[in-house]
Every structure is written in C-alpha cells, then in structure tokens.
Design a protein around this ligand. Structure first.
Ligand SMILES: Nc1ncnc2c1ncn2[C@@H]1O[C@H](COP(=O)(O)OP(=O)(O)O)[C@@H](O)[C@H]1O
Ligand SMILES: [Mg+2]
Length: 266
C-alpha cells in the first residue's frame, strides 16, 4: 500500500462515515444545526436530502454523537428500512431495545405507545432516524405519520428524521398528509471548489500528513469530476495516491487525476 510512501499513518480517504474525521463544511454545519434544532425543539418530522456521497450518513453519525451526549434521547436508528410497514414498526421497537416484539400491528403500536409515554414521563425524547429513507414505501410513510399523532396537547411524543436521496422528496410530495407534517427540511449541497480543497487537506492531515500532496490543478479536476460529492472525491484521491506511489511521484498532479478518471469507473 501507499501509506508509508506518502507518510500517512492510516488510510486518508476511506469511504466510511467516521465522526472522528468529519469535516465541518458550510453545508454540513448548516445541516447539523437544523437537525440539532429540530431535536431540541421536538419538531415532528424533519427531512434531509442530498445526492449519493454528499455526506448524509456521515452527518447522521455526527448528529447522533452530539445529541447522545445529552443523555435525554431514546434513539432508534434504522439504516436500511424494510419495505413492509409492519416489519418496519417491528424494527423500530427492536432498535429501541425491545426484544420481545409482538406480531400484530395493533400490539406493536400499543407497545410503542407505552414506550413513548414512559419516555415522556421520564423527561426523555424518543427519536426515530431513518437513513436511506427514499426506500420507504407509501404505506410505511403513512405509518410514520400516524406515529406522529401520538401526542399530548399538540406536542408529538416522537421526533422523526428521514434522510435520503432526492427521490425521497418526490415520494413525500405524493402524500399530502405526510408532507404537511414536515417542520424542517434541508438539501445537503455538495462542496464547492474551495470546500473541496479544504476537505482534501483536512483528510490528509487527519491521516497524519503535515503538508498537502495534491496540486491546485489536480484538486480543480477532482472537483470538476466529483461535483463536490465527498464519496467520489475519496475514491479519486485514493486511486490517485496509489498511482502516484506506483510512479514514484512527489505530488499528485493533473495528469495522474486524468489517468485515474480515464481508467476507472469513478
Ligand atoms: N463532511 C465530511 N467529512 C468527512 N468525510 C465525509 C464528509 N462527508 C462525506 N464524507 C465521506 O464521504 C463518504 C460518503 O458519504 P456518506 O455520508 O456515505 O454519503 P451519503 O450518505 O450522502 O451517500 C463517507 O463515507 C465519508 O468517508
Ligand atoms: Mg448514506
């Protein structure tokens, strides 16, 4: 591997949503602020959409870390939602730590309501987070809306966060009643050129490098090809470091990035 050659102490551009190497770009800060605000003020339904690789899952991890430290939240995180709505509800219970999950929908809802009330009495907020929420079926979206109806004097007992690709919005648009419940909605924009450069510097530093090995032209090409999507930036940078190592280059220049783009399916 190229780590030693370049002087990294760990892989700098791994595609893994690790909160410890999270770069707070403008769009990510804004998205996080809205999510935290929605949790603190117990907004019913919040939506965060963005293209594949824009950093939704990574942001979600940072969000969970942030609010978990307050010790006031009972969080159910569903990363790959089931299509079938009763299965989905079962998964919610399971993720809340209830292992004795009933079979019928009515019973599941009763157990869930009990848990929501119990949390409310203990001064805790129940939070449901669904990643890849563009996969939710209309019936499951409707079930989520009904969960928001568990409330006392208009304040929901549960806050729901749906994160997904932009198709999620189209799906919700079709369900008027779900759409009407949205309190916070945010589109996570890709990085611009400046943020792309900062992101690349940041990931190198976090992997133990003091300087930057990407030339300005290389970064401009990475930006153009990735459209500022972190997932693609990672793949390009990783391959470029490998090629640069193979060729014993001192820097990652434009020619290397062009090679990587031409060779691969990145
Ligand atoms: N702000 C960020 N800081 C650090 N790494 C990030 C950031 N945003 C995205 N990434 C990286 O890009 C990869 C793809 O992001 P991810 O959150 O999986 O995108 P999405 O869920 O929107 O498809 C992540 O695994 C992570 O390595
Ligand atoms: Mg994701």
């Amino acid at each position: 591997m190229y780590l030693e050659y370049w002087g990294f102490n760990k892989p700098p551009f791994e595609n893994n949503p690790d909160p410890d190497i999270f770069y707070m770009s403008g769009p990510h800060i804004e998205g996080l602020t809205r999510l935290v605000y929605a949790a603190r003020t117990r907004k019913g339904l919040s939506i965060l959409v963005g293209d594949i690789g824009s950093g939704k899952t990574a942001l979600l991890k940072v969000f969970i870390n942030k609010i978990s430290s307050e010790n006031r939240y009972d969080i159910a995180l569903i990363s790959n939602p089931c299509q079938e709505s009763t299965e989905f509800l079962k998964d919610v219970l399971y993720k809340l730590g209830l292992t004795d999950v009933p079979i019928t929908r009515v019973e599941i809802l009763r157990v869930l309501e009990e848990r929501l009330m119990e949390n409310a009495r203990a001064g805790k907020d129940t939070v449901l987070m669904v990643d890849e929420a563009q996969m939710l079926s209309p019936a499951t979206l409707e079930e989520i809306r009904l969960l928001l109806n568990f409330n006392s004097s208009g304040m929901s007992f549960i806050s729901v966060f749906l994160l997904g690709q932009t198709g999620l919005l189209t799906r919700i648009q079709r369900q008027r009643q779900v759409r009407q419940r949205i309190s916070v909605s945010y589109f996570l924009k890709p990085l611009d050129l400046k943020e792309t450069a900062r992101y690349i510097f940041f990931r190198q530093r976090r992997a133990g490098l003091k300087n930057n090995v990407f030339t300005r032209q290389a970064i401009e090409m990475i930006y153009r090809h990735s459209n500022g999507l972190a997932g693609t930036i990672n793949n390009l940078c990783d391959m470029a470091l490998l090629v640069g190592f193979g060729e014993k280059n001192k820097m990652i220049n434009l020619a290397i990035i062009k090679d990587v783009i031409q060779d691969g399916e990145i």
